[in-house]
Design a protein around this ligand. Structure first.
Ligand code: UD1
Ligand code: MG
Length: 465
């Protein structure tokens, strides 16, 4: 459902002092994507396409803009971080003339869902003429520390929000907290922002002080008390970051299981938000699937494997403890255990990349096998090739990288060194232990082996010596 007459402000200018980080808080990743991604994507789902969405940026503004360019946001700059109220003020010009409601989200509350925002908008707009000027999301927390507390009057109506640092003992004992998510009538908002003061413990212009201003002027303020306390969690330090990531991970894993993927132990399986996995695939404990990885149907990802930005076709297996980055593999491929695939590989159907094999910027043809202990870098390898144990492409001469070409059905004996640039032709045979320094024509044999000398009785003679 998309909401009309709704403009959005997302607060993302704060440094996140409590993160103790050089990275702006909203760029800290949660399941592979910057924290800010989540509220932005909720907004995209809830709002109609002509809604204006303004992100207030400040600390690390250039980096935040670079990360979120092209997402339909307009950015406004808050030079000094003088508080959440001051941040919203910076968006006034960008939203000049809008009517309807302004939804205000915090960039550091990533677990909020589209369902909750939709419910908030509906709740705020219900009641016709008696509708409030402002509605905020609140929650009852067993441990409310760090959050602004919600003050209600005897009739239960919301009167004010008091920041923890400004709380007296009685206020600190309140368990209902402000989640930092608001919907405010545009007229009321832009009229009253300028009335916010900064005479408080942090000398900041607090956005939630709008509640008190509204009540003083006799307006109604409502609160949507949310029961899922995880959803409203604000991330201010790295302990909270880890907690939020855990919740997000559970959501991702749950959705994946419901879509037909077996995750043997969801508590120890780490799948990023953008990953997709096909039906009947099985993911074993300790697997980490990151970035824009796409896994087909009927695949198996075994214990401890780590995939980043890779694509696997159907029926492909990644055996235990393999690291696969930037690699595209076809169907029925078997990789690992203990394989290392660095970026830039294209591996055709039914190929085998075995234990302790490192592959980089290499194309591998259909059914080709490199089963043990090899380094294949900057190579183009055809179909049906056998790469013997211990084969090394010597691709680097200390200054430049060179290419190795191995054509279809070639046989590369164990312990071969291919000194690139070099080419082994179709069906050619490289004897074990060969250092290939010249191109090998199709169907030829190349061998550079010192012939073995056998001296009978030598050992006995030596002992007698
Ligand atoms: C804020 C609320 C608090 C609420 C909590 C919920 C205020 C004053 N307090 O506290 O009542 O319980 O969120 O998580 O609003 N920001 C700016 N510019 C600024 C200051 C902050 O853009 O000058 C942004 C931050 O980047 C962040 C958000 O606003 O995304 C909230 O700021 P933060 O400093 O985390 O406020 P809290 O102390 O968490
Ligand atoms: Mg916060």
């Amino acid at each position: 459902m998309s909401m009309r007459n709704l403009s959005v402000i997302i607060l993302a200018a704060g440094k996140g002092t409590r993160m103790k980080s050089a990275l702006p808080k909203v760029l800290h990743p949660v399941c592979g994507l910057p924290m800010l991604h989540y509220p932005v994507s909720v907004v995209k789902r809830v709002c109609s396409s002509n809604s204006k969405v303004v992100a207030v940026v400040g600390c690390g503004a250039e980096d935040v803009k670079a990360a979120f360019g092209g997402r339909g946001l307009s950015f406004v700059y808050q030079k000094d971080q003088l508080g959440t109220g001051h941040a919203v003020m910076q968006a006034s010009a960008a939203l000049k003339g809008v009517d309807g409601d302004v939804l205000i989200l915090s960039g550091d509350v990533p677990l909020i869902t589209a369902d909750t925002i939709t419910a908030l908008v509906k709740f705020h707009r219900s009641g016709g003429k008696a509708a409030p000027v402002m509605t905020l999301v609140t929650a009852m927390l067993a441990n409310p520390s760090g959050y602004g507390r919600v003050l209600r009057n005897d009739a239960g109506a919301v009167e004010a929000v008091v920041e923890e640092k400004d709380c007296g003992d009685c206020e600190r004992a309140i368990h209902e907290i402000n989640a930092g998510i608001y919907i405010v009538k545009a007229g009321f908002l832009f009229e009253n922002l300028k009335r916010l003061g900064n005479r408080n413990a942090q000398s900041e212009y607090y956005l939630p002080d709008l509640v008190r201003l509204a009540r003083k002027a006799g307006h109604k303020v409502k609160a949507l008390t949310h029961h899922d306390t995880e959803e409203v969690m604000g991330i201010n330090n790295r302990v909270e970051l880890a907690k939020a990531a855990r919740v997000m991970r559970q959501r991702i894993n749950t959705a994946m299981m419901l879509s037909g993927v077996t995750i043997i132990d969801p508590d120890t399986t780490y799948i990023d938000a953008d990953v997709s996995v096909g039906v009947d695939s099985i993911i074993h404990p300790g697997a980490r699937i990151a970035g824009a990885t796409v896994i087909g149907a009927n695949c198996v990802i075994e214990q401890g494997s780590h995939l980043v930005d890779s694509i696997l076709g159907n029926n492909t297996t990644v055996k235990a403890y393999s690291l696969i980055e930037g690699t595209k593999a076809g169907k029925g491929v078997i990789i690992g255990p203990f394989a290392r695939l660095r970026p830039g590989n294209v591996i055709a159907d039914e190929a085998r990349i075995g234990n302790f094999v490192e592959v980089k910027k290499t194309t591998i043809g259909k059914g080709t096998k490199a089963n043990h202990l090899s380094y294949l870098g900057d190579a183009v390898i055809g179909a049906g090739v056998n790469i013997g144990a211990g084969t090394i492409t010597c691709n680097y001469d200390g200054a430049k990288k060179h290419r190795t070409v191995i054509e279809d059905r070639a046989f590369i004996g164990s312990d071969t060194q291919l000194v690139a640039p070099v080419k082994v032709g179709k069906g050619a045979y490289v004897g074990s232990g060969t250092t290939v320094t010249k191109d090998v024509p199709p169907d030829a044999l190349v061998v550079t082996r010192v012939s073995a000398r056998v001296v009978e009785g030598w050992a006995i003679k030596r002992k007698k010596g």
